[in-house]
Design a binder for this molecule. Structure first.
Ligand code: FE
Length: 346
């Protein structure tokens, strides 16, 4: 990748972390422009391998938020071909804003199970992660909790910690409960969880595990890969202690299965390098990329037959909710309203 970086202030868009000057196609293989919510440490090895295999140059803009607003502002002149996101909700927001176009590819259809891709090819899941319950190893006894429903019961009064109810991870989890049991049951659940909180929602998923370690609460919600990131964190070794204090509980194993979200990608409507963008999508869903992709971030490969990271394997195999993610994302707006109604963050 011969990316040329330049600091650039974009008026009205305070979110920009780094801006890239896109150069015109340099060689026959051409290029592809990526707007990525996924982080450089994860994408760089993959994009390097893609470039080596195809000769296609990949230019990337990394950002933590605001890429939808940016693409909207850039309009038809947007250089973005693909948007990569760690959450299907964000890809769905792009669909709702009319900023993406369908991709038809037999390779993608063969590599990605139907529940993890949009039925019209408007987005494709590339890795999956379960949103599980983290439970203190001693203070929560085996059998004390087995489902998302359990953590909303009075038994867990003042024993729960979580990040904001408005965070996409929690919104999508709540949307999956709406999909499974309807709006009323989902609202009751959100109310029950809120009533059990030991403190106001705050921090990220890892901060909840820290709170469990420190004894503030016994149980939290978190994505599986954070367990891997904490347990192997040499830069912040204190996180290893947090991780060691909890165990992963895959909820609803005797029912619909654990809620699984996917990271994924979508092709922008204004894409100028459509063929190369599809090639990159196909590469990312292929066996070689899937192994690196999932292992780098302790996620699950979206396609079958790819080995898990040994640490991920050590948490055990689990039953995933097989509901189509498209069905889940339909309920995100309602889920957000429920979080407001129950004043989850207040
Ligand atoms: Fe995350």
């Amino acid at each position: 990748m011969n990316t040329v970086w330049a600091a650039r202030a974009i008026k009205g868009l305070a979110f920009v972390l780094a801006a890239l000057v896109f150069s015109p196609a340099a060689d026959a293989a051409g290029e592809v422009n990526l707007y990525s919510y996924r982080q450089p440490f994860l994408m760089k090895p993959l994009l390097k391998a893609f470039n080596k295999q195809t000769g296609i140059k990949v230019n990337v803009v990394y950002a933590k938020k605001g890429l939808l607003e940016r693409i909207k502002a850039e309009g038809r002149n947007s250089p973005a071909d693909l948007v990569l996101s760690a959450d299907i909700g964000r890809l769905n927001d792009l669909v709702a804003a009319g900023l993406v176009q369908p991709v038809k590819s037999e390779v993608l259809d063969a590599n990605i199970p139907p529940q993890y891709r949009h039925k019209d090819g408007l987005w494709f899941g590339l890795t999956t992660r379960a949103r599980v319950v983290y439970a203190h190893k001693d203070r929560v006894k085996a059998g004390e909790l087995a489902s998302y429903e359990d953590i909303a019961k009075p038994h867990f009064k003042s024993r729960l910690c979580t990040r904001s109810g408005k965070h996409p991870y929690n919104v999508t989890l709540l949307a999956s409960i709406i999909a499974a049991k309807g709006e009323k049951a989902a609202e009751d659940w959100a109310r029950g969880v809120k009533a059990n909180l030991a403190r106001k929602p705050q921090g990220n998923d890892r901060a909840q595990v820290k709170a469990i370690y420190q004894g503030e609460c016994d149980v939290s919600l978190g994505n599986t890969y954070y367990m891997g990131k904490m347990a192997t964190n040499d830069k912040k070794p204190e996180q290893k202690k947090w991780a060691a204090a909890v165990r992963v509980v895959f909820p609803n194993q005797n029912g619909r299965g654990a809620h699984v979200n996917a990271s994924g990608a979508a092709l922008t409507k204004s894409s100028k390098n459509r063929n190369n963008a599809v090639k990159l999508l196909e590469f990312l869903s292929g066996p070689f990329a899937q192994k690196i992709y999932a292992e780098q971030n302790f996620e699950y490969p979206v396609r079958d037959g790819v080995a898990f990271h040994p640490l991920v394997e050590s948490w055990g195999r689990f039953k995933a909710d097989t509901v189509n993610l498209l069905e889940v994302t339909k309920h995100r707006t309602t889920a957000t309203k429920i979080m407001d109604r129950v004043r989850f963050d207040h």
